[in-house]
Design a protein around this ligand. Sequence first.
Ligand code: PLP
Length: 398
Amino acid sequence: MVSEKMKPFMANNSAIRAMFEEGKRMADIYGKENVYDFSLGNPNVPVPQVNEAIRAIIDSEEFNTVHGYMSNAGFEDVRQTIAESLNARFGTNFSQKNLLMTVGAASGLNVILKSILNPGDEVIVFAPYFVEYNGYVRNYDGTVVVVSPDTETFMPKLDEFEKKITAKTKAVIINNPNNPTGVVYGEDTIRALAAVMEKKQKEFGTQIVLISDEPYRELAYGGAEVPFITKYYGNSVVCYSYSKSLSVPGERIGYLVIPDEIDDCDDLINAATIANRVLGCVNAPSLMQKVIKYCIEHEVTVNLEAYEKNRNLLYSALKEYGFTCAKPEGAFYMFVKSPEEDEKRFCETAKKHHVLVVPGSSFACPGYVRIAYCVSYEQIERSLPAFKAIAQEYGLCR
Ligand code: PLP
């Protein structure tokens, strides 16, 4: 019954989800407070104004407006509000026409890939990366080309990147701030990436789209700047989601920005709007679109301090215990080197101490583990003796 195209997806079903299920099983046995589940990137900091917005909208808007169909691209007033907010923050010049409301970043990526990929086209990604990209690219018969990780800095390896761009390269996906490393690509990195892509577009006479997947844009610490890519490279598309910045991943709301500077802009916007429909999303959830407008107008943001406090506590403890990890500047992940580069043993040892983490091979970077610190500060405090015990088992500390 199951299609041939679907079978590889089933074979590679997510290790992250498997670990999450394991966490639930262990919590039933040992008690929730005795299991330290760092497996899933599920935001834990509530944004109560979202609920206020829902109540205010339900009380004030017409039933058929807030629950009805609208343009496949989304409500014009919502898109215009987002466009103006981006313009004010980044000095861009968008209008509602450049915005397409999506069912989260996952759907935004599918919409743009469906709009641009022909079978056999190549999409370049930088390891470690969010491996759902593999499935999204495969949906449209594209091929993922992986640039190997720079495990010192986790910044893109530009030499290898340049070599891997071919006449078949149609898109490059970056994710900034990054899941799973927490690094932020700064302005110099974005400029360097853009320069390589400009050069290769000219050399091959092709169009290569830079897709910036940005669900963690607002989660950047200590003043780290996340460059807005449309200012650095013409053929770029921003894929944004409110899943993490408003802690609403279950609500499925985000947007694509398709700037005027992109080649064949009007055609691409039209294609993406139709892709949104034919993929079956039809339009992004209407109530949540209105919530986004409310949140922008009321300057609602997540309490970043909570994540930053978690990062500081966990990072300094892990360093003290002898673990190796690039200090994350954004998102809510730490990518820690497995002692002996054996992630499988690390995950098993961690599990023995009731700590659940995700192996780096789930991000095409074996030898590491990802710790998602979007949990309560108390959970991190309680988990520290377990992390210390893991380090002691490896002889990293006494
Ligand atoms: N891209 C990255 C890098 C992510 O980490 C995630 C979710 O964790 C997504 C995309 C999907 O986000 P959304 O829930 O908005 O679809």
